[in-house]
Design a protein around this ligand. Structure first.
Ligand code: NAI
Ligand code: MG
Length: 477
């Protein structure tokens, strides 16, 4: 297990000697003491990334060669899949089966962008006149990637893979709670054969390490996933050097169940929408909007299912709810549970628990009779806590769905195709799942409307975030 900074293909100790402690949230045990990058280390990492980006060897790397390295990294990651999944579960607290999905999806993302590396082409433009005008896409330069602790490895790949594919170089700052799989990714990139400085990994906290990366004049673009308040701060800090910024922020996503839906499927979708990943999922379906005539039935069925989801040892194959990622997140979630008990009607869960006497576990929790204006309806909780609201018709459903500062995702459950398309079109969200929830694919762009940020991870669209367009005029007059 690596615990040092990865800069210029070398493992280095933090200049200041600063460290951070990585704790297993299910056992409260210390997992590792990891070096924490200070300003001097951030500068060293950016310098290494810059030198690589501007070096003749990296410039000479064809897209096909970069693609081959990404393919090799995907293969190596796949070979270490079990080990990485266990590492992810130990540092994040999520059930092992979820970590295995994360690893498989990371392999897929690396493979997907390996495929794009030699397929980025420009256009020849039909200008008025004899001149020959074409565009080409060029890598933006040095990318600072800042990722959170909920999908540590997977979200790192969402940024690292497209950035490297197009020829950018990267400084990745993982969350202080979960740096271990990002360091393992560095190990894999090294073994795959990326040259020094192409990818650097510098664990550290937000205010010190993250902010230094955002402000650094040698960084051309920040790709950020995290909370909306920090997203605002990142934008402010990036303004000084006019960096490009893409922000994938929080959400309060509506999951809308119409009376004519396949209710069994809808209840299952409501369950995974909020309880998968312990609800520490940016796209979590944290507001369940149910049509009045089926409300009682849907809530009853959901409560019956949720009551069976006892938090358990993340390494137990039957566990569906693991430990929240940190003490801090646990405290935050429990404060919302207390607010919910004052504001709405608790119908299941609502209690903190321990497994084998330890850990930051919270029961699958459902609040009924929730209304706009309540804290549990307005604010991102980022835990296994659902607010159920009721509506009477399509218009009201859409109004409630859009009554939020966020716009990351939404679900709509109905057998009526017209209703499904009408709502999918009317909801202001970056992703709408029809008769499904929480589906992802490397080919499908993901990101926010409104307060959920801008720019897209995944898909062809993500490549736009790591390239600038150059227009070349060849005068023929
Ligand atoms: P956060 O937004 O502080 O952390 C995300 C990343 O940003 C981490 O790597 C962190 O070190 C870094 N960071 C923090 N402050 C920074 C700064 N000033 N400059 C640059 N980088 C900075 O999220 P946090 O505090 O861990 O969680 C708080 C809440 O944020 C959660 O309860 C949840 O509601 C939300 N959140 C949303 C996520 C999403 O995927 N949309 C992911 C993580 C948290
Ligand atoms: Mg924070």
């Amino acid at each position: 297990m690596q615990t040092r900074l990865f800069i210029g293909n070398e493992w280095r100790e933090a200049t200041s000697g600063a460290t951070l402690e990585v704790v297993n949230p299910a056992t409260e045990e210390l997992l590792a003491t990891v070096h924490a990058a200070g300003e001097a280390d951030v500068d060293a990492a950016v310098t290494a990334a810059r030198a690589c980006f501007e070096s003749d060897p990296w410039r000479a790397f064809s897209g096909r060669k970069r693609g081959a390295l990404l393919h090799r990294a995907a293969q190596l990651l796949h070979e270490r899949g079990d080990e990485l999944a266990e590492m992810e579960t130990r540092q994040n607290g999520k059930p092992l089966f979820e970590s295995k999905i994360d690893v498989a999806s990371t392999v897929e993302t690396l493979t997907y962008y390996a495929g794009w590396a030699d397929k980025l082409a420009g256009d020849v433009l039909p200008v008025d006149g004899p001149d020959f005008v074409f565009t080409q896409r060029e890598p933006i330069g040095v990318v600072g990637a800042i990722v959170p602790w909920n999908f540590p490895l997977n979200l790192a790949s969402w940024k690292v893979a497209p950035a490297l594919a197009v020829g950018c170089t990267v400084v990745l700052k993982p969350a202080p709670e979960t740096p271990l799989t990002a360091l393992a990714l560095a190990e894999i990139m090294l073994e795959a054969g990326f040259p020094p400085g192409a990818i650097n990994v510098i664990p550290g906290d937000g205010p010190t390490t993250g902010a230094a990366l955002v402000r650094h004049p040698g960084v051309d673009k920040i790709a950020f996933t995290g909370s909306t308040p920090v997203g605002r701060q990142v934008m402010r800090d990036a303004a000084g050097t006019l960096k490009r910024v893409t922000l994938e922020l929080g959400g309060k996503s509506p999951n809308i169940v119409f009376a004519d839906a396949d209710l069994k499927a809808a209840v299952r979708g409501a369950q995974t929408g909020i309880f998968y990943g312990k609800g520490e999922v940016c796209a979590a379906g944290s507001r369940l909007l149910v049509e009045r005539s089926v409300h009682d039935h849907v809530v009853e069925e959901l409560v019956a299912r949720a009551a069976k989801l006892a938090p358990g040892d993340p390494f137990d194959k039957d566990t569906r709810i693991g430990a929240l990622a940190s003490r801090r997140q646990f405290d935050k979630v429990m404060s919302y549970v207390e607010a919910g008990k004052r504001e709405a009607k608790l119908v299941t869960g609502g209690t903190a628990t321990k497994v084998n006497g330890k850990g930051y576990f919270v029961e699958a929790t459902v609040f009924d009779d929730a209304e706009p204006g309540m804290k549990i309806v307005e604010e991102e909780i980022f835990g296994p806590v659902l607010a159920v609201l009721t509506f009477d018709d399509v218009d009201e459903a859409v109004q409630l769905a859009n009554r939020t500062i966020y716009g990351l995702a939404a679900g709509v459950w109905t057998k009526d195709i017209k209703k499904a398309f009408t709502v999918a079109r009317a909801v202001r969200a970056g992703t709408v799942w029809v008769n499904s929830y929480n589906l992802y694919d490397s080919a499908a762009p993901f990101g926010g409307f409104k307060g959920s940020g801008f720019g897209r991870d995944l898909g062809r669209e993500a490549l736009d975030g790591y390239t600038d367009v150059k227009t070349v005029w060849v005068g023929l007059r």
